[in-house]
Design a binder for this molecule. Structure first.
Ligand code: SAM
Length: 291
C-alpha cells in the first residue's frame, strides 16, 4: 500500500506562511482560531482512535491543519467549511491527499445521514473537529438528535462547555447540556488546551472532549421528547423549584396538581430543584408524567 503523506502544517511558521501567501483575514463571526501546536493535534488524533478503516467527518477545516493529520490516519475524510475564502487554500494544502473531500457549506445545513450512507455505507462515522465555539451546542445536539450513525465525536470546545458536558448533579455547571450529552454518549475530557495553542488566541480556555455514543441510552423512557422538554423546563428558570419550572413552561399542558402529584409519586421533596436530579430521576419523572 502507498505510504501516506505526513502532515506538515501544525506549527506557527507554516501557518503564517499559508496565511500570508493567500492574504487571509480571520473572520471573527466564523469562530476562526487555528491550531498551531503539533502535540495537541497528535493528542486529538489519538483520542479519536482513528484507524485506516475510518471515514471521518471534520467540521471547519480552516486551512487544513487537522485535515492533514486526519487524512494521514483515516481511510477517508470529508471536511465541511463555511468560509469560501478558505476553499482555494484547502485545495493547496490538501493537494497531496487523495482521500479528502472538501464541502463548502454550513455544517448545520449538511445532511450528515446521507453523507454517512454514501461514504460509509451507513456505518457509524467518527466526527473530529476544532469546533467554531459559537455553534458548539447546535452542532453536537444536531448530531445526536438527528440519529445519524455516529460512533464518536472528538472535539475542541470551550473549556467551560466541556465541563458542562461532563458533570453530574450538585455542581453549578450541571444543566440541560450535561443531561442531553450523557443521555446519548459517554463524555471524557482528553486535555485542557491553553489559548497559546491557537492563532489568533481565543479569549477563553479550551478542552478536547471525546463523546462515545452509547449503544443504548442509559435510561429507557416512554417518551423521549417529553424527557427533554422536562429537562429544558427545569433548567429554564434555574432558581425556581422543579414544580414551578414545570408549571411555568410554555408548551406543557400539565396542571399544577398533576405536576405536584408526579413529583410526590417519584418520592422527591416538593421544594426540590431540577439541578438536584440525575438523568435516572428525570427519566422516572418523565415516565410518571407520560402516564
Ligand atoms: N480546523 C481548523 C484548525 O484547527 O486549525 C480551524 C478551526 S476554527 C476553530 C473553526 C472553523 O470552522 C473555521 O475554519 C470556520 O471558518 C469554520 N466554521 C465556522 N462556522 C461553520 C459552519 N457553520 N459550518 C462549517 N464550518 C464552519
Amino acid at each position: 500500500m502507498e505510504k501516506k503523506r505526513q502532515p506538515y502544517l501544525g506549527n506557527p511558521q507554516e501557518t503564517i506562511a499559508v496565511l500570508n501567501k493567500y492574504q487571509f483575514t480571520f473572520q471573527k463571526k466564523f469562530g476562526q482560531n487555528f491550531l498551531i501546536d503539533t502535540h495537541v493535534l497528535d493528542k486529538i488524533i489519538s483520542a479519536a482512535g482513528i484507524t485506516e478503516d475510518d471515514f471521518v467527518l471534520e467540521i471547519g477545516p480552516g486551512i487544513g491543519t487537522m485535515t492533514q493529520y486526519l487524512a494521514s490516519a483515516a481511510r477517508e475524510v470529508c471536511a465541511v467549511e463555511i468560509d469560501k475564502s478558505l476553499i482555494p487554500i484547502l485545495e493547496d494544502t490538501l493537494k497531496e491527499y487523495d482521500n479528502v473531500t472538501v464541502i463548502n457549506e454550513d455544517i448545520l445545513k449538511v445532511d450528515i445521514g446521507k453523507l454517512a450512507e454514501e461514504k460509509n455505507q451507513g456505518r457509524p462515522i467518527k466526527v473530529v473537529a476544532n469546533l467554531p465555539y459559537y455553534i458548539t451546542t447546535p452542532i453536537i445536539m444536531g448530531l445526536f438528535e438527528s440519529h445519524v450513525p455516529v460512533e464518536s465525536i472528538t472535539v475542541m470546545v470551550q473549556k467551560e462547555v466541556a465541563d458542562r458536558m461532563q458533570v453530574g448533579p450538585g455542581t453549578k455547571e450541571y444543566g440541560a447540556l450535561s443531561l442531553a450529552v450523557q443521555y446519548y454518549a459517554k463524555p471524557y475530557i482528553v486535555a485542557n488546551v491553553p489559548p497559546n495553542c491557537f492563532m489568533p488566541r481565543p479569549k477563553v480556555g479550551s478542552a478536547v472532549i471525546r463523546l462515545t455514543r452509547h449503544d443504548q441510552p442509559p435510561v429507557q423512557v416512554k417518551d423521549e421528547k417529553l424527557l427533554f422538554s422536562i429537562i429544558r423546563a427545569s433548567f429554564n428558570q434555574r432558581r425556581k423549584t422543579l414544580a414551578n419550572g414545570l408549571k411555568n413552561y410554555e408548551g406543557f399542558h400539565f396542571t399544577k396538581e398533576e405536576i405536584e402529584a408526579a413529583i410526590a409519586q417519584c418520592g422527591f421533596s416538593p421544594s426540590i430543584r431540577g439541578e438536584a436530579l440525575s438523568l435516572k430521576e428525570f427519566a422516572m419523572l418523565a415516565d410518571v408524567l407520560a402516564s
